[in-house]
Design a protein around this ligand. Sequence first.
Ligand SMILES: Cc1cc2nc3c(=O)[nH]c(=O)nc-3n(C[C@H](O)[C@H](O)[C@H](O)COP(=O)(O)OP(=O)(O)OC[C@H]3O[C@@H](n4cnc5c(N)ncnc54)[C@H](O)[C@@H]3O)c2cc1C
Ligand code: FES
Length: 303
Amino acid sequence: MTTTPTASCFADTAEYLSARVVFNRAIAERTFRIRLECPAIAAAAAPGQFAMLRLPDRADPLLARPLAFYDTFCGIDDACPEGPAAARRYADFVYLVHGKFTTALEHVGPGDEIVVWGPLGNGFAGVPHAGHLVLVAGGIGQTALLALGRERLGGAAYGAGAARAAPQRVTLCWGARTAAMFGGVDDFRAAGIDVHLATLDGSTGRRGTVVDLLDALPGIEASARTTHVACCGPEGMMAAVSRWAAARRIGCHVSLEAPMACGIGICFTCVARVRDTPDEPWDYRRTCVEGPIFDATRIAWEA
Ligand SMILES: Cc1cc2nc3c(=O)[nH]c(=O)nc-3n(C[C@H](O)[C@H](O)[C@H](O)COP(=O)(O)OP(=O)(O)OC[C@H]3O[C@@H](n4cnc5c(N)ncnc54)[C@H](O)[C@@H]3O)c2cc1C
Ligand code: FES
Protein backbone atom coordinates (compact mmCIF):
# COMPACT_ATOMS: atom_id res chain seq x y z
CA MET A 1 0.00 0.00 0.00
CA THR A 2 1.28 3.48 -0.83
CA THR A 3 0.29 6.72 0.82
CA THR A 4 0.17 10.27 -0.46
CA PRO A 5 3.10 12.22 1.09
CA THR A 6 0.95 15.15 2.20
CA ALA A 7 -1.91 12.97 3.40
CA SER A 8 -1.41 13.64 7.10
CA CYS A 9 -1.51 17.45 6.77
CA PHE A 10 -5.14 17.71 7.92
CA ALA A 11 -4.37 15.72 11.06
CA ASP A 12 -1.31 17.91 11.71
CA THR A 13 -3.42 21.07 11.88
CA ALA A 14 -6.35 19.60 13.83
CA GLU A 15 -7.21 20.92 17.28
CA TYR A 16 -7.94 18.60 20.22
CA LEU A 17 -10.19 20.16 22.84
CA SER A 18 -13.08 19.85 25.24
CA ALA A 19 -16.19 21.56 23.83
CA ARG A 20 -19.27 22.77 25.73
CA VAL A 21 -22.65 21.59 24.47
CA VAL A 22 -24.98 24.52 23.68
CA PHE A 23 -28.00 22.39 22.72
CA ASN A 24 -28.80 18.89 21.55
CA ARG A 25 -32.29 18.63 20.07
CA ALA A 26 -34.34 16.13 18.09
CA ILE A 27 -35.01 17.26 14.51
CA ALA A 28 -36.44 14.07 12.99
CA GLU A 29 -36.95 10.39 13.80
CA ARG A 30 -33.84 9.20 15.72
CA THR A 31 -32.06 12.32 14.38
CA PHE A 32 -30.51 15.05 16.54
CA ARG A 33 -28.72 18.34 15.99
CA ILE A 34 -26.00 19.21 18.51
CA ARG A 35 -24.21 22.57 18.80
CA LEU A 36 -20.73 22.71 20.36
CA GLU A 37 -18.76 25.80 21.41
CA CYS A 38 -15.33 25.15 19.90
CA PRO A 39 -13.97 28.36 18.27
CA ALA A 40 -10.59 27.00 17.14
CA ILE A 41 -12.29 24.15 15.27
CA ALA A 42 -15.35 26.03 13.98
CA ALA A 43 -13.22 28.81 12.45
CA ALA A 44 -11.06 26.33 10.54
CA ALA A 45 -13.72 23.82 9.37
CA ALA A 46 -14.48 23.65 5.65
CA PRO A 47 -17.39 21.90 3.89
CA GLY A 48 -16.95 18.11 3.75
CA GLN A 49 -14.50 17.96 6.64
CA PHE A 50 -15.34 16.09 9.82
CA ALA A 51 -14.45 15.89 13.50
CA MET A 52 -13.90 12.95 15.84
CA LEU A 53 -16.18 13.15 18.90
CA ARG A 54 -15.86 11.26 22.16
CA LEU A 55 -17.71 11.38 25.46
CA PRO A 56 -15.23 12.11 28.30
CA ASP A 57 -14.86 9.82 31.32
CA ARG A 58 -16.35 6.85 29.49
CA ALA A 59 -14.61 3.63 28.53
CA ASP A 60 -17.54 2.40 26.43
CA PRO A 61 -17.41 3.30 23.64
CA LEU A 62 -13.69 3.78 23.98
CA LEU A 63 -13.08 5.08 20.47
CA ALA A 64 -14.25 8.44 19.13
CA ARG A 65 -16.68 8.51 16.18
CA PRO A 66 -16.49 10.72 13.05
CA LEU A 67 -19.28 13.22 12.33
CA ALA A 68 -19.36 15.64 9.40
CA PHE A 69 -19.58 19.38 10.08
CA TYR A 70 -23.18 20.37 9.35
CA ASP A 71 -22.58 24.11 9.69
CA THR A 72 -20.67 26.67 11.76
CA PHE A 73 -21.90 29.90 13.35
CA CYS A 74 -20.52 33.11 14.88
CA GLY A 75 -23.35 33.49 17.41
CA ILE A 76 -25.12 31.11 19.72
CA ASP A 77 -28.58 31.33 18.07
CA ASP A 78 -27.79 30.68 14.41
CA ALA A 79 -26.33 34.20 14.30
CA CYS A 80 -24.38 35.22 11.19
CA PRO A 81 -24.23 31.90 9.33
CA GLU A 82 -22.81 33.97 6.47
CA GLY A 83 -20.28 35.82 8.62
CA PRO A 84 -16.49 35.64 8.30
CA ALA A 85 -14.93 32.22 8.88
CA ALA A 86 -12.53 33.59 11.50
CA ALA A 87 -15.45 34.66 13.73
CA ARG A 88 -17.13 31.25 13.81
CA ARG A 89 -17.26 29.86 17.35
CA TYR A 90 -19.95 27.15 17.19
CA ALA A 91 -20.00 23.93 15.19
CA ASP A 92 -23.20 21.98 14.54
CA PHE A 93 -23.39 18.24 13.90
CA VAL A 94 -26.45 16.22 12.92
CA TYR A 95 -26.48 12.53 13.82
CA LEU A 96 -28.67 9.47 13.50
CA VAL A 97 -29.00 7.42 16.69
CA HIS A 98 -27.42 4.22 15.49
CA GLY A 99 -25.03 2.40 17.87
CA LYS A 100 -23.22 2.87 21.17
CA PHE A 101 -21.87 6.39 20.71
CA THR A 102 -24.89 8.05 19.16
CA THR A 103 -27.22 6.36 21.68
CA ALA A 104 -25.16 7.89 24.50
CA LEU A 105 -24.83 11.25 22.70
CA GLU A 106 -28.62 11.56 22.58
CA HIS A 107 -28.58 12.00 26.37
CA VAL A 108 -26.05 14.86 26.70
CA GLY A 109 -27.41 18.33 27.34
CA PRO A 110 -26.47 22.03 27.55
CA GLY A 111 -23.32 22.61 29.61
CA ASP A 112 -21.99 19.06 29.20
CA GLU A 113 -18.50 18.67 27.74
CA ILE A 114 -17.51 16.58 24.71
CA VAL A 115 -13.99 15.78 23.52
CA VAL A 116 -13.52 16.86 19.90
CA TRP A 117 -10.64 16.81 17.46
CA GLY A 118 -10.73 18.36 14.03
CA PRO A 119 -11.22 19.63 11.45
CA LEU A 120 -10.10 16.45 9.69
CA GLY A 121 -10.15 15.19 6.11
CA ASN A 122 -9.79 16.90 2.76
CA GLY A 123 -13.27 18.45 2.33
CA PHE A 124 -14.97 19.38 -0.93
CA ALA A 125 -12.34 21.89 -2.13
CA GLY A 126 -11.66 19.70 -5.20
CA VAL A 127 -15.26 19.97 -6.44
CA PRO A 128 -15.07 22.24 -9.51
CA HIS A 129 -17.21 25.36 -9.84
CA ALA A 130 -19.52 23.98 -12.50
CA GLY A 131 -22.59 26.02 -13.43
CA HIS A 132 -24.95 23.67 -11.59
CA LEU A 133 -23.96 21.80 -8.43
CA VAL A 134 -26.28 18.89 -7.61
CA LEU A 135 -26.03 17.69 -4.02
CA VAL A 136 -27.22 14.09 -3.63
CA ALA A 137 -27.93 12.73 -0.13
CA GLY A 138 -29.09 9.33 1.03
CA GLY A 139 -30.37 8.82 4.60
CA ILE A 140 -28.22 10.90 7.01
CA GLY A 141 -25.81 11.86 4.16
CA GLN A 142 -27.19 15.42 3.97
CA THR A 143 -24.99 16.40 6.93
CA ALA A 144 -21.90 16.77 4.75
CA LEU A 145 -23.68 18.87 2.12
CA LEU A 146 -25.39 21.92 3.69
CA ALA A 147 -22.22 23.99 4.18
CA LEU A 148 -21.04 23.13 0.66
CA GLY A 149 -24.37 24.33 -0.73
CA ARG A 150 -24.21 27.56 1.27
CA GLU A 151 -20.64 28.18 0.16
CA ARG A 152 -21.34 27.53 -3.53
CA LEU A 153 -24.41 29.77 -3.52
CA GLY A 154 -21.94 32.52 -2.66
CA GLY A 155 -23.46 33.24 0.75
CA ALA A 156 -20.75 31.93 3.07
CA ALA A 157 -16.99 31.41 3.36
CA TYR A 158 -15.65 28.59 5.51
CA GLY A 159 -12.17 27.66 6.69
CA ALA A 160 -8.97 29.57 7.32
CA GLY A 161 -8.36 32.30 4.74
CA ALA A 162 -11.42 31.36 2.66
CA ALA A 163 -12.99 33.83 0.24
CA ARG A 164 -16.58 33.75 -0.97
CA ALA A 165 -17.14 31.71 -4.11
CA ALA A 166 -18.81 33.03 -7.26
CA PRO A 167 -22.47 32.01 -6.92
CA GLN A 168 -23.60 28.80 -8.59
CA ARG A 169 -27.00 27.17 -8.96
CA VAL A 170 -27.38 24.49 -6.25
CA THR A 171 -29.95 21.66 -6.16
CA LEU A 172 -30.42 18.99 -3.48
CA CYS A 173 -31.80 15.52 -4.30
CA TRP A 174 -32.37 13.74 -0.99
CA GLY A 175 -33.73 10.23 -0.55
CA ALA A 176 -34.82 8.53 2.68
CA ARG A 177 -36.86 5.53 3.73
CA THR A 178 -39.83 7.59 4.94
CA ALA A 179 -40.87 11.23 5.54
CA ALA A 180 -40.10 11.15 9.28
CA MET A 181 -36.37 10.67 8.58
CA PHE A 182 -35.87 14.09 6.92
CA GLY A 183 -34.29 16.41 9.51
CA GLY A 184 -33.29 19.91 8.39
CA VAL A 185 -34.99 20.24 4.99
CA ASP A 186 -35.80 23.85 5.93
CA ASP A 187 -32.09 24.59 6.47
CA PHE A 188 -31.42 23.76 2.82
CA ARG A 189 -34.47 25.71 1.60
CA ALA A 190 -33.57 28.75 3.75
CA ALA A 191 -30.07 28.72 2.23
CA GLY A 192 -31.64 29.07 -1.25
CA ILE A 193 -31.06 25.47 -2.37
CA ASP A 194 -33.66 23.92 -4.71
CA VAL A 195 -34.79 20.82 -2.75
CA HIS A 196 -36.18 17.57 -4.24
CA LEU A 197 -37.19 14.71 -1.93
CA ALA A 198 -37.82 11.02 -2.51
CA THR A 199 -39.03 8.33 -0.11
CA LEU A 200 -39.12 4.58 -0.59
CA ASP A 201 -42.63 4.41 0.92
CA GLY A 202 -43.98 7.44 -0.99
CA SER A 203 -44.87 9.28 2.26
CA THR A 204 -43.41 12.54 0.88
CA GLY A 205 -41.89 13.67 -2.39
CA ARG A 206 -41.41 11.22 -5.25
CA ARG A 207 -41.81 7.52 -4.47
CA GLY A 208 -38.45 5.92 -5.24
CA THR A 209 -34.74 6.61 -4.87
CA VAL A 210 -32.42 9.56 -5.45
CA VAL A 211 -31.60 8.12 -8.87
CA ASP A 212 -35.29 8.51 -9.78
CA LEU A 213 -35.01 12.14 -8.63
CA LEU A 214 -31.89 12.69 -10.74
CA ASP A 215 -33.60 11.19 -13.80
CA ALA A 216 -36.49 13.62 -13.33
CA LEU A 217 -34.42 16.81 -12.86
CA PRO A 218 -35.50 19.22 -15.61
CA GLY A 219 -32.85 19.75 -18.29
CA ILE A 220 -30.21 17.63 -16.57
CA GLU A 221 -29.19 15.64 -19.67
CA ALA A 222 -28.84 18.81 -21.78
CA SER A 223 -26.71 20.60 -19.17
CA ALA A 224 -24.44 17.62 -18.28
CA ARG A 225 -21.27 19.50 -19.33
CA THR A 226 -21.87 22.26 -16.77
CA THR A 227 -23.22 20.05 -13.97
CA HIS A 228 -21.29 18.44 -11.11
CA VAL A 229 -22.57 16.06 -8.42
CA ALA A 230 -21.48 15.93 -4.74
CA CYS A 231 -22.87 12.87 -3.01
CA CYS A 232 -23.02 11.35 0.49
CA GLY A 233 -24.97 8.37 1.79
CA PRO A 234 -24.91 4.58 2.03
CA GLU A 235 -22.26 2.95 -0.17
CA GLY A 236 -24.74 1.21 -2.50
CA MET A 237 -26.53 4.49 -3.13
CA MET A 238 -23.25 6.34 -3.81
CA ALA A 239 -22.18 3.60 -6.24
CA ALA A 240 -25.52 3.93 -8.09
CA VAL A 241 -25.22 7.75 -8.24
CA SER A 242 -21.64 7.44 -9.41
CA ARG A 243 -22.72 5.09 -12.25
CA TRP A 244 -25.59 7.46 -13.12
CA ALA A 245 -23.18 10.41 -13.38
CA ALA A 246 -20.53 8.47 -15.34
CA ALA A 247 -23.12 7.35 -17.92
CA ARG A 248 -23.89 11.02 -18.62
CA ARG A 249 -20.26 12.25 -18.37
CA ILE A 250 -21.24 14.32 -15.33
CA GLY A 251 -18.43 14.84 -12.80
CA CYS A 252 -19.10 13.36 -9.37
CA HIS A 253 -17.43 13.52 -5.95
CA VAL A 254 -18.46 11.27 -3.07
CA SER A 255 -17.95 11.47 0.68
CA LEU A 256 -17.09 7.98 1.96
CA GLU A 257 -18.36 6.98 5.41
CA ALA A 258 -15.83 4.29 6.32
CA PRO A 259 -15.74 3.19 9.97
CA MET A 260 -12.83 5.01 11.68
CA ALA A 261 -10.85 4.35 14.85
CA CYS A 262 -8.27 7.18 15.01
CA GLY A 263 -9.28 9.73 12.33
CA ILE A 264 -5.67 10.85 11.90
CA GLY A 265 -4.07 8.27 9.62
CA ILE A 266 -2.48 5.90 12.12
CA CYS A 267 -4.67 2.79 12.44
CA PHE A 268 -5.69 1.97 8.82
CA THR A 269 -9.22 0.89 9.85
CA CYS A 270 -10.76 3.29 7.34
CA VAL A 271 -9.18 2.10 4.08
CA ALA A 272 -11.16 2.20 0.84
CA ARG A 273 -10.27 0.79 -2.58
CA VAL A 274 -9.19 3.82 -4.64
CA ARG A 275 -7.41 4.30 -7.99
CA ASP A 276 -4.99 7.20 -8.56
CA THR A 277 -6.40 7.54 -12.08
CA PRO A 278 -9.53 5.82 -13.45
CA ASP A 279 -7.36 3.46 -15.59
CA GLU A 280 -4.99 2.25 -12.85
CA PRO A 281 -5.49 -0.75 -10.56
CA TRP A 282 -6.92 0.16 -7.16
CA ASP A 283 -4.93 0.38 -3.96
CA TYR A 284 -6.05 0.99 -0.37
CA ARG A 285 -6.32 4.64 0.72
CA ARG A 286 -7.08 5.95 4.18
CA THR A 287 -10.45 7.68 4.10
CA CYS A 288 -9.64 9.83 7.13
CA VAL A 289 -6.61 11.62 5.66
CA GLU A 290 -6.78 11.04 1.89
CA GLY A 291 -10.60 11.46 1.91
CA PRO A 292 -13.35 11.35 2.90
CA ILE A 293 -14.06 13.17 -0.40
CA PHE A 294 -12.94 11.34 -3.55
CA ASP A 295 -13.61 11.70 -7.25
CA ALA A 296 -16.20 8.95 -7.79
CA THR A 297 -14.37 7.59 -10.86
CA ARG A 298 -11.46 6.66 -8.58
CA ILE A 299 -13.47 4.37 -6.29
CA ALA A 300 -13.48 0.59 -6.89
CA TRP A 301 -17.06 0.12 -5.66
CA GLU A 302 -17.88 -3.14 -3.98
CA ALA A 303 -21.64 -2.56 -4.18
C1 LIG B 1 -16.32 11.17 7.53
C2 LIG B 1 -17.55 10.65 8.21
C3 LIG B 1 -18.57 11.51 8.51
C4 LIG B 1 -19.73 11.04 9.15
N1 LIG B 1 -20.71 11.92 9.44
C5 LIG B 1 -21.82 11.50 10.07
C6 LIG B 1 -22.84 12.42 10.42
O1 LIG B 1 -22.73 13.62 10.15
N2 LIG B 1 -23.95 11.95 11.06
C7 LIG B 1 -24.09 10.60 11.38
O2 LIG B 1 -25.12 10.23 11.97
N3 LIG B 1 -23.13 9.71 11.07
C8 LIG B 1 -22.01 10.12 10.43
N4 LIG B 1 -21.02 9.22 10.13
C9 LIG B 1 -21.20 7.79 10.49
C10 LIG B 1 -20.89 7.59 11.97
O3 LIG B 1 -19.58 7.96 12.27
C11 LIG B 1 -21.05 6.07 12.28
O4 LIG B 1 -22.37 5.66 12.00
C12 LIG B 1 -20.70 5.75 13.71
O5 LIG B 1 -20.32 4.39 13.75
C13 LIG B 1 -21.82 5.92 14.69
O6 LIG B 1 -21.33 5.51 15.97
P1 LIG B 1 -22.17 4.57 16.92
O7 LIG B 1 -21.28 4.21 18.07
O8 LIG B 1 -23.48 5.18 17.22
O9 LIG B 1 -22.45 3.27 16.06
P2 LIG B 1 -21.45 1.99 16.06
O10 LIG B 1 -21.69 1.23 17.30
O11 LIG B 1 -20.08 2.44 15.74
O12 LIG B 1 -21.97 1.20 14.81
C14 LIG B 1 -23.08 0.34 14.82
C15 LIG B 1 -23.00 -0.58 13.62
O13 LIG B 1 -22.76 0.15 12.40
C16 LIG B 1 -21.57 -0.31 11.77
N5 LIG B 1 -20.89 0.88 11.26
C17 LIG B 1 -20.13 1.73 11.97
N6 LIG B 1 -19.69 2.74 11.19
C18 LIG B 1 -20.21 2.52 9.96
C19 LIG B 1 -20.14 3.20 8.73
N7 LIG B 1 -19.46 4.32 8.60
N8 LIG B 1 -20.78 2.68 7.65
C20 LIG B 1 -21.47 1.53 7.77
N9 LIG B 1 -21.59 0.84 8.92
C21 LIG B 1 -20.97 1.31 10.00
C22 LIG B 1 -20.79 -1.02 12.81
O14 LIG B 1 -19.98 -2.04 12.22
C23 LIG B 1 -21.87 -1.58 13.69
O15 LIG B 1 -22.37 -2.79 13.18
C24 LIG B 1 -19.86 9.66 9.48
C25 LIG B 1 -18.81 8.77 9.17
C26 LIG B 1 -17.68 9.27 8.54
C27 LIG B 1 -16.56 8.33 8.22
S1 FES C 1 -9.21 6.05 11.01
FE1 FES C 1 -7.21 5.47 11.59
S2 FES C 1 -6.11 5.57 9.68
FE2 FES C 1 -8.09 6.33 9.20
